[in-house]
Design a protein. Structure first.
Lengths: 607, 681
């Protein structure tokens, strides 16, 4: 529904699943001017584009002319995809049944719209997506006029329910998120060049960013290959029945949305139990809600993958293995040079993308093989280890130095990864100390740096002491095997699911079992209150939206003799907070669970 | 095993790199065959590995021979530069001017300029100098170590007492005494001072500006209350200015201090640069490289030490990578050249142009000899090397002479020595307007200054014509009636007057040269001669060094390793590796698409590019679906497994991006990422 998007909009989305959306987007842009589109579409109206893949319905072609125009446009757009993307459409198209219906709907006039036909004379198109016609291979240049000045017309306020019925807003689902968020590979569209040239500026543009965020959400709302997304709640309701089987199969996004919409709580059950790992492309409309869906979708996937990850990665064969080896051999050719540089009291800093561990290790063994009789003492420090302490480093270094009898000072080569984290937080003394060590002529330092902006961390004094020579050693070997201890943990942390947090119902049950009686009671009261609050305000909150005021909860708790004073109350809450079983919001407390989970927890507690 | 420890001692047996080792060795087997020699040799054999160990060693030796004297010179000039400051500060510390009653702390403010890298050395040498006749201890404080007063005091006590001061150290005794005291009690320091009869406790602040004002005030307060027992002297190294630093301190604090300002003399960049290129050089830096180094020095604030390291690296590179650098060895017993060396010489551009010249002179036999006979070529090289070196020396001397000349009062324009050197090395100096201007300014000099200048120049280089001129000038000036009044040539502005004439209500300005006295006329003649002699001399000396035979061996002018090694662009490297991995991988699969996404690229690269295209907040699910679209093979038999595989890659790529600090968790929205790095910013 984002119509007033910056003029560069309407790029093909990166996802082939959204093909139809794209075509419609273009379509809409084509007709963005009243002269074209609105005339055809009977006035300045609000249009709903519906895309259906699975169900083949005959669509009454009410306006043949428009219909054909649309079709050709869609084909052209597709051709672009075929030509430029090389993303396989065929499969997806085939899977989806080959035939699609595009329904252009007139929203305002049709609350009672039926699926098959558009009462207001809006055209439907049948297009054969699986087989692009040969002539369609020639990419059609989009006309440059497709954009509109950002924020000009019909900027949607929000995508809350029923908003669509605003007059004057042409709903093109998902129009540009593709472009904005992920410029697709098929960027060479001539018309868009201009805007693309300054993506940075655009990105930095605040309003653009806000918009992009919104589009993102909107996209969530509308596109995707789970077809039956709809715009109007009522419509959804109508359609629910007939599509239910499909929905069940098609995973839970649709029903989830509905549950969010408070239409049908029962459906939720279905969704949650659906074993299918989330398919990313299900989108629902309604911003907040869709966000949460997404959230959950991804949560499901990532948590299941935790166990699988290691299997998958260990069996994964990188097609570029030989290239890595080539890069390695390339870099290792400069070993003698490095050695010379080190011997001239320079230190070396290796940078570039990719794990340099293997390189450093083989450099170390290179030094060893050169002088097998009196090998240099080499200390390897893995700076990325979060537990590395200064003391540890120094004691290991000390053993090296004092072990050695003659000569008094050994030639010492220290290899270390200087990563970002310990530098930034944990050990502020580490860099000066390392620099001091490095400045010693008997100690050589070979450091590796993985972050892009590492030299900014050093001031001139430090840099003087380090006396680094920099070498680009891009290896492109994944960090994940060595430098990142656990990729899955890292991802979880990235997504805000810290490893510490207990997971779902079982975790809560476990924690609660280990807590005293009154703590359990407190949690029960809390959950009950939250559920009640949810029921009261119509179930607006999907996950953790409902809150209970601190005071109210305290009162309840005191009434039930769970605790006698506020101190005790706080202590109990503290415990929950530590386990991330409650979250504090600005107007009270909530829990990070979904309604269903809450209910399950409550059941357990009551038993 | 040990690999996952935070730090461990490397032993080759557990190295993972062991397996590929043998194959790699075999590749260069011929070159590395004399393994025993390699142990001692820091250099690798060049010329495709056919260089003999002897030659390789000779190169290494010539590097030492060429660089060590230079290094000593530079070190000396760096050291000498602040010798005066050290002496001054030391005498200030030793001095005891203030009467006992005024309990002010003696404070030295060392204005060192923006680069305080060497200030530790400075403090050390100050203390050394003070220690010559009394006992002083130095406590260095840097802002990083001093978060609060307690820590500072603790550090001071520890630092002071842990330093071995002499043989009469009685630690056991001390230990028992301190047991009852808190470790930040200055009593410990006091006891130490008493025990060891220390007359000065010097507390130096390396980066004074970085200290918290409050902390400084507290510290000074504490010092002043102990000042009657512990003889404190405080040294601040100030990077900005004393005024600014003073603004940091409250008036009450300043009242405790009795300060003196010292200017820390720094060896100038020019000085070092002159040292490297003038005195007894074996290697000259070319114009391009010199320019690069100087530019870097200008752009980044760097210490003289850093400059000397940069220059050292130039030497290192030349001797490491240029097989002909072996010819720079003056040692008469040096290793005979191999055939390949001669072959290499024959491929030099300067050899070609030499041959070209011979052909133009129709001296075909010589050419034939040079091409066929190594002996002949060797002889030519010996001669030419000497002459080329001589020519380069003359060039530098000419630059020096010209630099002196431009310091004369009549020359308005002046450029740095190094700049002039760069111009000379690129062979442009002689034609430059600067040169003309400088020479013209000579014409305007009065006789006394001219006299000094000529003597100066004669000291720099020998030129017969010039010496004759000096004799004539001396004759002329000695015959003067009044030796105090200098002679002026006709070019001197003093001999020009402006004449204003009004003719028919029009004003016309005219220059008029007043008539010259006989002596002035004679002097003018001498000036003319000087001018022509100088011009002749400079024309002869300021040649284009690129035309010299074997300049490739004597001049090092390659920017390439320098730029990458000293001014790296790590961010660019990472961005490039991620956005077009083909550049590095060189594989067939990813090469096709010009800067596009393709499913064969490494997962992290794909994800990075997707992130680049998105806004600042990214929905993970979107990212995933985009990723799946690109990487996943739709419709494969077992989609579940495929999805798992892609998801694993996706997770790994995400983790990597996070590791590199490109994305982070968004606190505001669930499941959203915040992009932290933009490309090309």
């Amino acid at each position: 529904m984002e119509t007033g998007y910056p003029p560069h909009g309407g790029m093909p989305l990166f996802s082939p699943f959204k093909r139809h959306v794209i075509s419609l987007t273009v379509l809409k842009q084509k007709y963005a001017k009243p002269s074209a589109a609105t005339n055809c579409l009977s006035g300045n109206r609000f249009i709903i584009l519906r895309v259906q893949k699975k169900k083949q319905r005959t669509s009454p072609a009410t306006e043949p002319e428009l219909s054909s125009r649309l079709q050709s446009l869609v084909q052209a757009e597709e051709a672009k995809w075929y030509g430029l993307e090389r993303i396989k459409w065929e499969q997806s198209g085939g899977r989806q049944g080959g035939e699609e219906e595009t329904q252009v709907d007139e929203g305002r006039s049709t609350r009672k719209r039926t699926r098959a036909g558009q009462p207001n004379g809006v055209s439907n198109h049948n297009e054969d997506e699986t087989e692009p016609s040969p002539e369609a291979e020639t990419p059609v240049k989009p006309t440059p006029r497709r954009g509109r000045p950002p924020g000009s017309t019909q900027k949607p306020k929000s995508v809350a329910n029923g908003i669509d019925s605003q007059p004057n807003s042409v709903i093109t689902p998902s129009k540009l998120k593709g472009k904005k968020l992920f410029l697709t590979p098929s960027k060479p569209l001539a018309g868009d060049k201009g805007q693309d040239e300054a993506p940075v500026v655009q990105n930095l543009d605040r309003s653009a960013r806000r918009k992009s965020a919104r589009t993102l959400i909107d996209r969530t709302a509308v596109d995707g290959f789970s077809d039956e997304e709809d715009i109007e709640e009522e419509e959804e309701e109508e359609e629910e029945e007939e599509e239910e089987d499909l929905l069940a199969k098609k995973i839970w996004d649709a029903d989830e949305a509905e549950s969010d919409d408070e239409q049908d709580q029962g459906e939720d059950e279905l969704a949650a139990e659906s074993p299918t790992p989330a398919t990313p492309s299900k989108r629902k409309r309604g911003r907040q809600k869709s966000l949460q869906h997404r959230h959950r979708i991804f949560l499901v996937t990532s948590s299941t993958s935790g166990k699988i990850y290691h299997n998958q990665i260990s069996t994964y064969e990188d097609p570029h293995e030989s290239s890595y080896d080539f890069l390695h051999s390339l870099h290792s050719r400069s070993f003698p040079q490095w050695r010379f540089e080190l011997s001239q009291s320079f230190n070396i800093c290796l940078y570039g993308y990719g794990s340099k561990r293997k390189l450093v290790t083989s450099f170390a063994s290179h030094l060893h093989t050169l002088t097998p009789s009196a090998p240099p003492k080499i200390l390897i420090v893995n700076g990325y280890t979060p537990t590395l302490t200064l003391r540890q480093l120094l004691t290991t270094l000390a053993t090296l130095i004092f072990d050695c009898t003659t000569p008094l000072h050994p030639d010492l080569t220290t290899s270390s990864s200087i990563p970002s984290t310990p530098h930034r937080s944990g050990a502020p003394q580490l860099p000066p100390l390392l620099a001091q060590l490095a400045a010693n002529t008997h100690i050589h330092l070979l450091a590796t740096c993985d972050t892009p902006n590492f030299p900014l961390l050093w001031d001139t004094a430090l840099r003087d002491q380090y006396n680094f020579l920099f070498h680009d050693t891009t290896t492109i070997i994944s960090y994940a095997d060595t430098e990142i201890p656990s990729a899955i943990d890292s991802v979880n942390e990235l997504l805000g699911r810290s490893g510490r947090s207990i997971k779902g119902k079982e975790g809560v049950g476990f924690v609660l079992r280990s807590l005293p009686e009154n703590a359990r009671n407190l949690y029960r009261v809390l959950i009950a209150e939250l559920l009640a609050a949810m029921d009261e305000d119509g179930g607006g909150g999907g996950e953790g939206q409902a809150v209970v005021e601190y005071k109210v909860l305290y009162q309840k708790v005191v009434e039930e003799f769970i605790c006698s004073n506020e101190m005790g109350f706080r202590q109990l809450l503290r415990e929950f907070y530590d386990h991330q079983m409650i979250v504090s919001r600005k107007d009270g407390m909530g829990v990070p669970w979904r309604r269903k989970e809450m209910e399950a927890i409550l059941e357990d507690l009551v038993e | 095993m040990a690999e996952h420890e935070a730090c461990y001692v490397f032993t080759p047996d557990d190295s993972i790199g062991q397996a590929p080792r043998p194959s790699k060795r075999r590749k260069t087997a011929r070159a590395t065959k004399p393994n025993t020699q390699l142990e001692v040799l820091p250099f690798v054999p060049l010329l495709r590995g056919v260089e003999t160990p002897g030659c390789t060693k000779a190169r290494a030796d010539s590097f030492e021979a060429a660089w060590r004297p230079k290094e000593a010179l530079i070190d000396k000039s760096i050291h000498d530069a602040n010798l005066d400051t050290v002496r001054e500060v030391a005498s200030f510390i030793r001095g005891n001017s203030a009467p006992e009653s005024s309990r002010k702390i003696r404070t030295g403010l060392l204005v060192a300029g923006p680069d305080n890298g060497a200030s530790i050395d400075l403090f050390d040498s100050i203390v050394e100098s003070v220690n010559e006749d009394e006992r002083a201890i130095l406590i260095n404080l840097s802002s990083g170590q001093c978060p609060n007063l307690k820590t500072v005091l603790k550090y001071m006590s520890q630092h002071a007492t842990s330093r071995p001061l002499g043989a009469d150290e009685d630690t056991a005794n001390d230990g028992g005494k301190y047991a009852r005291q808190l470790n930040y009690d200055l009593q410990i320091l006091y006891d130490h001072v008493q025990n060891h009869a220390i007359s000065k406790v010097i507390v130096s602040f390396q980066d004074s500006e970085a200290f918290e004002g409050k902390l400084l005030a507290e510290l000074i307060d504490v010092f002043s209350s102990w000042n009657d027992r512990i003889p404190f002297v405080v040294l601040f190294s100030v990077a900005t200015s004393v005024g600014l630093f003073q603004g940091k301190l409250s008036r009450a604090t300043i009242r405790h201090l009795e300060g003196a300002e010292f200017k820390v003399e720094r060896v100038s960049i020019e000085e070092i640069f002159k040292t490297i290129s003038s005195k007894e050089s074996t290697l000259w830096l070319g114009a391009g490289l010199s320019n690069l180094i100087l530019q870097r020095q200008k752009d980044h604030i760097q210490s003289p030490y850093a400059l000397s390291q940069t220059l050292k690296y130039a030497y290192m590179t030349h001797f490491f990578a240029n097989p002909l650098s072996i010819t720079l060895n003056d040692d008469p017993t040096h290793v005979p050249l191999q055939e390949v060396h001669y072959e290499a010489v024959r491929n030099l551009p300067s050899f070609r142009s030499h041959v070209q010249r011979l052909i133009e002179e129709r001296d075909y036999d010589t050419v034939r000899d040079l091409l066929d006979d190594d002996e002949n070529l060797s002889e030519l090289m010996m001669n030419k090397l000497k002459s080329t070196r001589k020519a380069l020396e003359e060039l530098v001397l000419a630059v020096e002479a010209l630099y002196r000349t431009q310091s004369s009062p009549t020359c308005k324009k002046s450029i740095a020595w190094s700049e002039m050197y760069v111009q000379a090395m690129s062979g442009e100096l002689f034609q430059s307007t600067l040169f003309e201007e400088i020479l013209n300014s000579v014409k305007k000099l009065p006789s006394d200054i001219m006299h000094d200048l000529l003597h100066d120049l004669a000291g720099i280089f020998h030129h017969e014509g010039l010496e004759k001129v000096i004799i004539d000038l001396d004759k002329l000036t000695s015959s003067l009636d009044d030796p105090e009044v200098p002679l002026r040539s006709q070019y001197d502005v003093h001999h020009e007057t402006l004449r204003t004439t009004v003719i028919a209500q029009k004003v016309s300005l005219g220059k008029n040269t007043s008539t010259l006295s006989a002596q002035d006329a004679a002097y003018t003649k001498i000036v003319d001669r000087t001018f022509s002699e100088l011009q002749k001399k400079f024309r002869w000396a300021l040649i284009n060094p690129q035309n010299l035979f074997l300049n490739e061996a004597l001049i090092y002018d390659s920017k390439s390793p320098h730029r990458e090694v000293f001014t790296p662009r790590p961010r660019f490297a990472i961005e490039r590796a991620l956005s077009s991995p083909h550049d590095y991988l060189g594989c067939e699969c990813c090469g096709g698409a010009e800067s596009g996404l393709s499913d064969t690229q490494p997962a992290t690269a794909i994800l990075y590019q997707l992130c680049l295209e998105s806004g600042s907040v990214i929905n993970t699910a979107d990212l995933w679906s985009a990723f799946w679209t690109i990487v996943g093979t739709e419709g494969s038999k077992d989609e579940e497994v495929e999805r798992e595989r892609v998801l694993a890659l996706f997770s790994r790529a995400l983790a990597e991006l996070k590791y590199m600090g490109m994305i982070k968790n968004s606190m505001k929205k669930a499941d959203h990422l915040v992009k932290l790095s933009w490309r090309g910013l």
